[in-house]
Design a protein around this ligand. Sequence first.
Ligand SMILES: Cc1cc2nc3c(=O)[nH]c(=O)nc-3n(C[C@H](O)[C@H](O)[C@H](O)COP(=O)(O)OP(=O)(O)OC[C@H]3O[C@@H](n4cnc5c(N)ncnc54)[C@H](O)[C@@H]3O)c2cc1C
Length: 400
Amino acid sequence: MIVVGGGPAGAVTAGLLAKDGRRVLLLEREKFPRYHIGESLNPGLVPALERMGLRERLDEIGYLRKYGATFVWGAGVEPWDFRFNEGSPYEYVHQVRRADFDALLLARARELGAVVVEEATVKDIVQDGERVTGVTYQTKAAVTPRTARCRMLVDASGQQHLLARRFDLLNWHDDLRNIAVWSYWQGCELYAGNRAGDTLVENLPEGWIWYIPLADGTVSIGYVTPVEQYKKAAPQNAEAFLHEQLTRTCEVSRLTRNAVQVSGVRTIKDWSYQATRFQGPGWALVGDAAAFVDPLLSSGVTLAMRAAERLADGLGRVLDHPESEEEVLTRYEKNYQEFLGVILEFVRVFYDRTRLKEEYWDEAQRAIDPDALLNSKVDFVTLISGLFGTAEIFDPVDVP
Ligand SMILES: Cc1cc2nc3c(=O)[nH]c(=O)nc-3n(C[C@H](O)[C@H](O)[C@H](O)COP(=O)(O)OP(=O)(O)OC[C@H]3O[C@@H](n4cnc5c(N)ncnc54)[C@H](O)[C@@H]3O)c2cc1C
């Protein structure tokens, strides 16, 4: 088994396969720890963390606990919030610096038995007819590229989307072509009690702000706006642009009035997309290599780790029963696409900021609990948590 990429998707896929006694080679382009945006986690990834044996480690390390989130969002003007325990079996999750979190996951994959090679860039795939049978990759140390063969190739290359580009599978969501501009501050105020680790999301007329507290007292603050709006504003300077947006906020301005910016400004295009296929003979996609949904619900790492867990189980089955490959991978693809579809549709609903919070809750109920078996706020929290609700969609692989 070869896994391309050592972010959350790749590390969990490789780690769980190795834990199950499978031979796994993971090739990662960078040397970890490496910077990555995406610091706010959701409870849907807790089962994968537990299986990796890392749930308690995050508390031991002292990551900030996130018990819920606060919104200044929708038709009402007052901030509103939820606690995860209102709709998830997991009371809290964490806010993390991704450089450290991703390095921890990758180190754990190694501990579990995966062979991890960093600074190894996969250049191309090897095919035997239709079937993918390996990769060529270049390490920093070697003069010429090497070839490695595999029974199955997992593409967890994130927004490099190695296979989706190679097979021309990328489908962009034109209504979610955003750009993000962000930096880090210290000296911010936090909410009291179990709201201190909340992600705060504040609405602005042409975009929204994230406010993510981290364990060392730093807060990640970013602005997301449609690319068209950004072009219209045509800022000379991304830093001045971000500061201007911050002055337009109410809640974030209040919390940052004595704060000091402690690092430079970064920008990234965060266009949402989905591959038209997630699998084929000898290969499967996972995490951002398969799809990226707008950061509004902080769902990226959760989706990546949930899918990775299911893919690892599925591939274990495929290795034991090669004849089941098509059936197992088709089922993985179907579940994953349905799950993504629900999150994506809900993000679209959530972007309609003319609604009252109760209307978002009702929409969540329509999406995951159509018979209204539970209270609609419970359904909202379940969905935001990256869990599914009354009908678990990412069901265990159970194909003979
Ligand atoms: C602005 C913004 C804000 C976000 N905020 C959040 C948030 O708050 N919470 C959240 O959960 N998600 C958030 N996300 C999304 C989240 O960052 C991603 O969904 C997540 O990192 C996906 O994990 P992954 O393992 O699929 O990909 P990645 O974490 O990107 O890992 C892919 C890895 O593959 C490696 N790689 C790439 N190409 C090759 C190659 N050819 N050979 C070898 N290695 C290769 C890369 O070096 C990288 O380490 C945000 C995204 C954006 C853009």
